[in-house]
Design a protein around this ligand. Structure first.
Ligand code: FES
Ligand SMILES: [Fe+2]
Length: 424
């Protein structure tokens, strides 16, 4: 059984061995010890708001359907027919009363209950009463974010997240005055040829921006006609590990002036801003300031990041393949011009043709290439290690360019990978 791989020799304080990114046996162990054992993000409630709404995704390697049944209950069903294992739903998202297996035609309600089979006479009469699509035993939400777990004895989601991560998530998910935010129905997805942990590390990496994203800063500087101030480098900014692998880059106080300049420099920016002012009067400026989000990068271990104004899901496919889904948050009700501003701001950095995400993806591919040189097979995460500040419980903090978040992520990773007790 490959789950028996012992990863302890591959983790040192502030260093991770290349095998952790390369070894298929490590990947398989991660799927069972992390992705089948703790809480995994599966979507935002607004994606499955109405009875019959569903979306398909994977938890680790396993295909699931996140479905709101006819009884209004949100379930996470395994996308595998109880007859001979065909997947029963192929669409990425939709609304359906039932899922009909294409192979022999078994049909399941959106609650997972089997309701019809062709030529039922050769089966016992109670077949449809006794067969359900398997469903995950635990589904819980926090601030509209839906998490599920294969582990029936996983502690409550709120405990897993902890007070500090909960507070940051609340700040992020409510950052639009009192307007309700919902997940955009469409997202963009990228298949990256690299290990999933590179995305996990990178979303909380305050050290790489100046070099990886140099072209973004120079283009913004040209557009705005002034140097781009990075909140992330201000004196108030901190990187934090929050326990259980969760982490944050917190800019502290945000300076709104450079953000306003960025909004004005967006395509159609000044026109859209003028229209919002016309429609919203005194409310307009705070709403416009909220377009860029709270400036937090939040990482919820193992597969969720909240960055800019978007929700980012990390889906591991194999040891060197990962799907990253980027889904912006929009206002549930108008004005449409505000959502247009939000989208233009989002696209500038994180859209498929944005200036930020493609550079990160290129970095992952280069790490993947470099990992083939194994003479000195260690990756260093020592930046800021000696003056890391210890807070309450597992909490640690440092300068924003320190590798505090990554060390926190690997502490949680190691614990789950070597510990046989129920996941925390
Ligand atoms: S595999 Fe689904 S009905 Fe046969
Ligand atoms: Fe980046």
């Amino acid at each position: 059984m490959t789950n028996e791989v012992d990863v302890r020799p591959w983790i040192r304080d502030g260093a991770v061995h290349g095998a952790v990114y390369r070894e298929p046996s490590v990947f398989e162990a991660e799927m069972s010890r992390i992705f089948r054992r703790t809480w995994v993000y599966v979507g935002h409630e607004s994606e499955v708001a109405s009875v019959g709404d569903y979306r398909t995704k994977k938890i680790g390697a396993e295909p699931v359907i996140v479905a709101r049944g006819e009884d209004g209950v949100l379930r996470v069903l395994l996308n595998r027919c109880k007859h001979r294992a065909a997947s029963v739903c192929q669409a990425r998202a939709g609304n359906a009363k039932s899922f009909r297996c294409q192979y022999h035609g078994w049909t399941y309600r959106n609650t997972g209950r089997l309701v019809a089979v062709p030529y039922p006479d050769s089966y016992p009469e109670d077949l449809t009463e006794s067969v359900h699509l398997d469903s995950l035993p635990r589904v819980e939400t926090y601030e509209g974010l839906v998490f599920a777990s294969f582990n029936p004895s996983v502690p409550p989601l709120r405990d897993y997240l902890g007070d500090e991560a909960c507070a940051y998530i609340s700040q992020f998910m409510n950052y639009s005055l009192s307007r309700r935010l919902v997940a955009a129905p469409e997202a963009h997805q990228v298949m990256v040829e690299s290990n999933w942990k590179l995305q996990m590390e990178n979303g909380l990496d305050g050290y790489h921006a100046v070099s990886t994203h140099r072209s973004f800063y120079s283009i913004m500087q040209q557009r705005m006609g002034q140097p781009v101030r990075q909140n992330i480098n201000s004196d108030t900014a901190r990187s934090r590990a929050l326990g259980n692998g969760h982490s944050v880059l917190d800019p502290g106080a945000q300076d709104t002036a450079p953000l306003r300049a960025r909004i004005a420099a967006l395509p159609n920016g000044t026109k859209l801003v003028a229209r919002v002012v016309e429609l919203e009067g005194d409310n307009a400026q705070p709403l416009i300031d909220a377009v860029t989000g709270p400036g937090l990068n939040i990482g919820i271990f193992p597969n969720l990041q909240l960055i800019g104004i978007h929700i980012r899901e990390i889906d591991p496919i194999s040891v060197d393949r990962t799907v990253v889904t980027v889904r912006p948050l929009l206002l549930a009700e108008g004005p449409a011009e505000l959502n247009a501003l939000r989208m233009r701001y989002h696209e500038l950095s994180y859209g498929p043709a944005g200036f930020v995400q493609p550079d990160d993806l290129e970095a992952f591919v280069r790490v993947r290439e470099g990992l083939d040189a194994t003479e000195d097979d260690w990756l260093s995460f020592r930046r800021g290690m000696t003056d890391e500040e210890h807070g309450v419980g597992a909490s640690r903090s440092g300068r924003t360019t320190d590798e505090v978040p990554q060390r926190g992520q690997y502490r949680a990773w190691l614990e789950l990978m070597v510990d046989d007790r129920p996941a925390r």
